[in-house]
Design a protein. Structure first.
Length: 277
C-alpha cells in the first residue's frame, strides 16, 4: 500500500497512528512481498495475524488461500478490517488486546497454526512469550519487529543480548534474523530499524511441559539479577540443591552467571533438581 492510499484511509477513519499502541504501518510493497515469501503461506493453513492494521498483509494471506485469524486492538481499524474482509471465507476478526486473547479457544490443542505478522512494538515481547508458552503454540513465527528485540531473541549464549526471553523461546524454537528492515518503510517511521524474525519449531520437544516450566522458573530467577552468580539466585527456587556442583558437572564454573548457561543446560539443571527431590 502506498503512503497516499494509507493517508486516505486514515483520514476516512479520522485517526492518527498511535505511538502508545505501536502503530507503524508498512508502506513498502517490496518489504511486504519479502515477508510473504519468507512465510511461504500454504492454501488451507491456519494463520494468526496480530495487528493487521489496514489489511495489507491480510490481503496477501487471504489471496494465498489461508484461513486467517486477525487480532486488532484499535476499534477503528477493527471496524475497517471487518468491513473490508466481510464474507471472505476462512477469515475471522478478534477485536481486543492480543496479550489477553484466549488463544486456546481459537486454536485448540491439535490445531496447527502459524503466526505471520507485523507486530506492534508495544507488545511484541509479551505476546511472543505468551504464544510460545501456550499448550498448543504456533508451529512457527514469521514476524516483523524491533531490530533490537530480534537480536535479543536470536542472541548466542554468553552475549549481552542473551536473556530470559531468548532462553524461553529457545526451549521450543530456532531463531533466525532473515533481514534487517530500515525504518523508512513504515509510516510513521519508528525511531529504530526493524527485522524479519523467523522462529521455527524444533523437530521434537526437548522435554515435557512440566520440566520446561521448571527450567523457565530457573532461567527467570537467574536473569532477575544477571550480574550475580546464578547458583545463588537458583538456590532461592530450589533450596538445598547443590547448583554449584550441578554447574560444574556440565563443564561450567560454579561462578557462572545467567548468560553463561544455555537453554539445554537450564533444562538439565531443572531435571537434576527434580531428581534430587
Amino acid at each position: 500500500m502506498k503512503l497516499s492510499e494509507l493517508s486516505k484511509i486514515l483520514s476516512q477513519l479520522d485517526m492518527h497512528p498511535s505511538r502508545a499502541l505501536g502503530q507503524n504501518f508498512l508502506v513498502d510493497e517490496n518489504c511486504l512481498s519479502a515477508l510473504v515469501r519468507a512465510a511461504a503461506p500454504v492454501s488451507g493453513e491456519e494463520i494468526l495475524e496480530v495487528g493487521p492494521g489496514t489489511g495489507v498483509l491480510t490481503e496477501r494471506l487471504v489471496a494465498a488461500g489461508c484461513r486467517v485469524t486477525a487480532v486488532e486492538f484499535d476499534s477503528r481499524l477493527a471496524r475497517y478490517i471487518r468491513e473490508r474482509f466481510e464474507g471472505v471465507d476462512g477469515f475471522r476478526l478478534v477485536e481486543g488486546d492480543a496479550c489477553k486473547v484466549d488463544y486456546t479457544s481459537l486454536f485448540p490443542v491439535g490445531t496447527r497454526f502459524r503466526c505471520v505478522a507485523n507486530l506492534p512494538y508495544s507488545c511484541a515481547s509479551v505476546l511472543l512469550a505468551r504464544l510460545a508458552g501456550l499448550p498448543n503454540p504456533p508451529a512457527s513465527f514469521h514476524v516483523l519487529l524491533q531490530k533490537e528485540m530480534a537480536e535479543r531473541l536470536a542472541a548466542p549464549v554468553g552475549t549481552p543480548a542473551y536473556g530470559v526471553l531468548t532462553v524461553r523461546l529457545a526451549f521450543r524454537y530456532r531463531a533466525r534474523i532473515a533481514r534487517i528492515v530500515p525504518r523508512g518503510v513504515f509510516f510513521p517511521p519508528p525511531e529504530v530499524d526493524s527485522a524479519f524474525l523467523a522462529l521455527e519449531a524444533l523437530d521434537a520437544p526437548l522435554v515435557d511441559r512440566a520440566l520446561l516450566e521448571a527450567a523457565d522458573r530457573l532461567a527467570t530467577a537467574a536473569f532477575s539479577q544477571r550480574r550475580k552468580q546464578a547458583r545463588r539466585l537458583l538456590s532461592g527456587v530450589v533450596p538445598g540443591f547443590d547448583f554449584a556442583g550441578a554447574l560444574e558437572s556440565m563443564g561450567l564454573p560454579a561462578t557462572a552467571r545467567a548468560e553463561n548457561i544455555s537453554p539445554q543446560q537450564y533444562i538439565q539443571l531443572a531435571r537434576s533438581a527434580n531428581e534430587s527431590g
